[in-house]
Design a protein around this ligand. Sequence first.
Ligand code: C5P
Length: 230
Amino acid sequence: MRPNCYVVVPAAGSGKRMGAAVPKQYLTLAGKPVLQHTLERLLAVEEIRHVMVALAADDGRWLQLPAASHPRILTTVGGAERADSVLAGLHALEEIAQDQDWVLVHDAARPCLKPDDVIRLLGHLMDDPVGGILALPSVDTLKQVEGDAILGTLDRTTVWRALTPQMFRYRLLRDALEQALKAGQVITDESNALEYAGYRPRIVEGSPDNIKITRPEDLPLAEFYLGQRS
Ligand code: C5P
């Protein structure tokens, strides 16, 4: 039997780095909230059965989003860090997801995701026992630094930038995240938890326009990328 595909979207962040009063997933981008764009991109992929959105406990904006009433969208309450929010989303899928099903974790703050990239990721990894991530090769020369001093130059052919979605078998990801958090590891993406558990997730080349809205200047850039496609 073919495994089912689910998505977890951590959307419980406060977006401190943006310096805005509104969390970044609710900033307006080309006429609608960032999170609405992100969810529309994911819902465009037919293979995805449900999208579980992890929201902040005090989120007062969610219900105004058109996506809030979509039959394939589910919600739960996130946690203190991104990894806690992802884990909350995984636990909320417990009743419907099987151990071998796929879970794609995608940041709420990446609204320029191309549905074709998701389909390519699924195609590459569908038969893999573990999973992998969308990533980008480094175009810049990368420096190892301490304070403001350069210690050395990294071999850029061996360094990639991790994007999302990151796609893993449901049970493997849940166990790996639980173990890593219990051990007090700082986990900044899902792959990190799998690596910590001894696995070697695969990389699938993504698109440079799959940016994460992090700083104020990212918004006009995201608007430009979205405009190019419509
Ligand atoms: O802050 P950062 O850019 O790492 O956030 C990445 C994603 O994780 C965002 O979509 C944000 O809403 C989410 N997040 C979360 N719960 C947290 C912190 C971040 O769901 N406690």
